[in-house]
Design a binder for this molecule. Sequence first.
Ligand code: ADP
Ligand code: MG
Length: 311
Amino acid sequence: MSDRLAIDVEGLDKYFGKFQALNGVNLQVPRGQVHGFLGPNGAGKSTTIRVLLGLLHADAGRVRLLGGDPWRDVVELHRRLAYVPGDVSLWPSMTGGEAIDLLGSLRGGLDETRRADLVERFELDTTKRGRQYSKGNRQKVAIVAALASNVDLLILDEPTSGLDPLMEQVFQEAVAEAVARGTGVLLSSHIMSEVEALADRVSIIRDGTIVETGTLAEIRGHARNTVHVTLENVDGLESVPVLHDLEVSGSQVHATVDGDHIGEAVAALTQRGISALTIEPPSLESLFLRLYDDEPEEQQEAANGSKAGNR
Ligand code: ADP
Ligand code: MG
């Protein structure tokens, strides 16, 4: 069994009745990497994850998890993976500490040193009962249980919903430590900064289909940089084809430029006497928004002039 890929999905289809929730999904996650899984609500992230967890049966395609079959090898695979959903429910009368121990024993066992360290860093009171925890604290219980378990794969479906920013920071550090131990991570998230901080590669899903996959650098290469420049002479900028979303006010110019056209853009600006220049790399967020625009971009620009398109 080849184990290099923690997750290996090819051509995955899933129907709910006549509704096709997943259409030819491809997803590869090597061990020792974080794979960001992004998409708007209803795109198919949780459905993909439920297939990986063996909770839903694939209608078509090849799905391999840690070299096994998530539908047939449920027991063996669940000893080697930990799952954190976005809305953790706990046993109402069990303490958080007992829940962590139980979850750990269902998996390959807990690393006690790591458990104690994580409880402290997440400032989790493990003596409260399940019913007493707030939403954020229920997430913490599940996160500590997952990260303290000796597993090869973490499947995290919006795991930090309800965590405050300090705890978000702790979460990012703890996931990075898991990755350094060789754990593979699938991280579905709507928090772009979390994905930008952690992910080696990213897949973006829309309407059940993966529309973009690659390293963060590759994905950024397809998105536009924002240019702010002060020029001595702003004449003729409209006719520079690599400048998009152009806004000129006095000597101040704002525009967007494709990653592969920055050189050309700067050359055109240099001819007009640059006195100040900043170029902001594209955020994952801006790329994300562009991918969800329904019309192809050319049509949109024709329809909207040089302004940014509608959502
Ligand atoms: P995401 O996690 O990306 O927000 P989901 O995977 O939960 O999206 O849902 C994908 C689509 O499948 C949505 O349109 C959702 O309504 C539908 N869906 C999910 N689960 C079921 C189900 N059990 N029965 C019918 N439709 C479902
Ligand atoms: Mg979901």
